[in-house]
Design a protein. Structure first.
Lengths: 274, 455
């Protein structure tokens, strides 16, 4: 799969997810993105952490909107007015709008997630234009340092424990944090030295493998771009209505063309194989 | 050595930015094609000299420089490292910190991309380098999954792909098992015979000494007369079954039917071993064979997947492979004192510092020391406080002969005091000199080796 085609698909997914607050479209985008991730993720990738993080983020968005917005006709409960920000009516409308916001965040993040969970970290960096190639290589290298720093932190924690380090108070955490930071800095400097010694910065860089465009990549690119453009056009021409539950909650309007645009985002899972 | 001059230094001096004295002071030095070995004690200036050949000294590190240095006609002082990289390949001491990309094939190509080689020409260069270093079968592997030896060969492949005329290696064998070291030495021999100028700084000379090489010895930043020492003979060992034990002293640690490994993947299966007070056990075996897993299991840092681990009560000292995991205090003395904080054994800490030859470095920042000096500082930091079990993972990494002798003295003293020591090492001489028992770890198990006298 071509990284640029996947990037186009991600941008299309994010655009559709954020172009309308209608939860129906957002749910479809979310499911399509999840399908792509499940079908195409790298073998070493687990979706558990992402799923938990997104669920928590969506719930937080829902709760914040529910507590901070006091608009709506149907009150679930009333918090004491003396409470700053959250004091007042907690309404069903605010809860549903918060849920829709949470869905929007989750759908947008899931649409972007394949860029890091499907592609190798350096693939997208390699796909950057020539003018950004050196910056891209530096970013890719920095990303590559992260797992090493995590391993180093675990090693340092173990070594300090064996020397009797038992963190009971906050002031004892520097005994772990300081060597982790120092080691990370030293690793970065050593890596920079190694990169320099291998000619980094000596001139215009080339790429080991320029990503080729296969017919399936073109299909994904065109379908995703067409879906996003069509959805935005329909949305701003009024054909696809937005959804706003205030002051009284209503059933989200559904447009067949809008649903089709969202469903088109499932195309990578249909044409690409890992 | 009559080939063309690859590199030459004349009246060359160099001082690091915060240095109080010259790190290098070289009257005259010429490097020609073929193999050049650089020996010398830790901190003698070997790594600094190597970095002159590709301009990392002074361009990357800064500092004050004097005299002249040229590499194939390039003035090192005025030519940036990235330009010298077309002529000089450099393999650093720690292969784990040299990988730029997450996969083997891609990482080897990094230098070629920097040189602006056309993509169509790269696969052949990458393939050749992987073949020469014997890791063609790892082409698609993730770098993170490679053993230390494989990573060292990957670092070498990344440099060879650039086809340098000078190849510089800083202690390339320090982390390799015997087979890995043999493979790397064979590659260096082939390159040297083919006309590449190969410059190697190394403490492990047993195998390199077999090659036709010019040897330079360094001391205090100066090149002194060639001084290669005769390599001591290594006693042969033959495998026997496990179970031998010393009945006199109490058991300090015991593994019963232990299966262990990182995550849920067993590296060792059904291992039964024990160590006694006042005993030194050496763990030997190939990279990735499970020595570190075994040490971590004994230490209690890794819970066994099956079986039981027993440790007698008392402090357990553990030296990880990377000494930087330990060193974070402002001075060596403070680092050692931190281990014995709240303990009355501070006198013993001073003894250890002196015993390991660190007295003159006690007020220095551990991170400013050479690799071998850092290693000794880390050993002093973990052995302080009279541990009853001491587990050392590759303690002689980067150490010169004098430092190894000081380590031997410390180990003997601790053994006499009743400490049970377990040392994982590739250093056969160290294992033979210190160990009461030698355990071969690999192939999922551990078995005891019985020494056989050499005629």
């Amino acid at each position: 799969m071509n990284p640029r085609a996947l990037a186009v698909w991600s941008v299309a997914g994010i655009t559709i997810a954020l172009a309308s607050a209608n939860p129906v479209y957002r749910i479809i985008v979310l499911l399509c993105a999840l399908n792509v991730l499940v079908a195409l993720r790298r073998p070493d990738v687990s979706l558990r952490g992402l799923t938990i993080a997104l669920t928590v983020a969506a719930l937080i968005a829902t709760v914040i909107t529910m507590l901070a917005s006091h608009t709506g006709d149907h009150a679930l409960l009333v918090l004491p007015a003396g409470l700053p920000v959250i004091g007042g009516r907690v309404t069903i409308e605010a809860a549903l709008f918060g849920l829709s916001s949470g869905l929007g965040i989750a759908a947008a993040v899931l649409a972007a997630a394949p860029l890091s969970l499907v592609l190798m970290p350096n693939s997208l960096v390699d796909a950057l234009p020539t003018a950004l190639a050196r910056t891209g290589a530096a970013i890719g290298t920095a990303l590559n340092l992260i797992p090493g720093i995590a391993r180093s932190a675990a090693e340092i924690r173990d070594a300090q424990r064996m020397r009797g380090w038992r963190p009971r108070r906050v002031r004892e955490w520097p005994d772990l944090a300081v060597p982790v930071v120092l080691t990370a800095l030293e690793s970065s400097i050593t890596l920079a030295e190694a990169m320099e010694a291998r000619g980094y910065g000596s001139g215009a860089r080339t790429h080991y493998r320029d990503a080729l465009w296969h017919p399936t990549d073109v299909v994904v690119c065109l379908v995703a771009a067409a879906a996003a453009v069509t959805f935005v056009a329909l949305r701003f021409s009024g054909v696809i209505g937005d959804w706003y539950p205030f002051p009284d909650v209503s059933v989200p309007p559904i447009n067949i063309a809008g649903v089709a645009c969202c469903l088109a985002l499932a195309v990578p899972a249909l044409v690409w194989r890992r | 050595m009559t080939g063309p001059v690859a590199a030459s230094l004349a009246r060359f001096t160099y001082r690091y930015p915060a240095g109080r004295m010259d790190a290098l002071d070289i009257a005259e030095l010429e490097v020609r094609d073929g193999l050049t070995l650089i020996t010398g004690s830790s901190g003698s200036g070997k790594s600094s000299l190597l970095r002159v050949f590709n301009g990392l000294v002074p361009h990357f590190h800064g500092g004050t420089i004097g005299g002249s240095a040229t590499v194939f006609g390039h003035d090192v002082i005025t030519t940036p490292t990235r330009v010298l990289a077309t002529e000089v390949g450099f393999v650093f001491q720690d292969p784990e910190l040299q990988s730029v990309y997450p996969t083997v094939e891609r990482d080897v190509a990094f230098g070629l991309e920097n040189l602006g080689l056309q993509p169509a020409a790269m696969p052949q260069r990458v393939g050749e380098a992987l073949e020469r270093t014997g890791i063609a079968h790892l082409r698609g592997r993730a770098v993170a999954t490679l053993s230390g030896g494989e990573r060292q060969r990957l670092a070498l492949a990344g440099v060879l792909a650039m086809r340098p005329r000078v190849l510089v290696l800083d202690e390339p064998l320090s982390q390799l098992d015997e087979a890995g070291a043999r493979a790397v030495v064979a590659i260096l021999g082939v390159l040297a015979r083919a006309g590449t100028a190969v410059v190697v700084a190394e403490h492990r000379l047993e195998q390199l000494a077999l090659l036709d090489a010019r040897t330079l010895s360094m001391d205090g930043g100066r090149v002194v007369a060639p001084d290669i020492r005769r390599v001591p003979r290594v006693a042969a060992v033959t495998p026997q079954s496990t179970g031998a034990c010393m009945p006199a002293s109490p058991v300090a640690w015991q593994l019963t039917g232990v299966t262990a490994g990182p995550g849920r993947s067993p590296v060792l299966e059904n291992v039964c071993l024990e160590g006694r007070a006042g005993e030194v056990v050496a763990l030997v075996g190939p990279n990735g064979g499970g020595k570190t897993t075994l040490l971590r299991t004994i230490a209690g840092l890794l819970a066994p997947l099956a079986g039981d681990v027993h440790r007698a009560p008392g402090r357990v000292a553990f030296l990880p492979q990377n000494p930087m995991a330990l060193l974070h205090r402002a001075t060596v003395a403070a680092e050692v004192a931190w281990t014995v904080r709240g303990d009355a054994a501070t006198g013993e800490a001073e003894t250890l510092i002196a015993e390991l030859g660190l007295a003159h470095l006690a007020t220095r920042d551990p991170r400013d020391l050479s690799t071998g000096e850092r290693q000794r500082a880390a050993i002093a930091a973990v052995l302080a406080g009279r541990p009853h079990i001491a587990l050392l993972d590759e303690p002689t990494r980067g150490m010169d002969e004098a430092a190894r002798e000081s380590l031997s003295r410390a180990v003997h003293r601790m053994r006499a005091a009743g400490c049970s020591l377990v040392i994982a090492t590739h250093d056969k001489n160290l294992a033979n000199a210190l160990a009461d028992r030698t355990i071969a770890v690999g192939g999922g198990g551990a078995r005891e080796l019985i020494p056989v006298a050499v005629a």
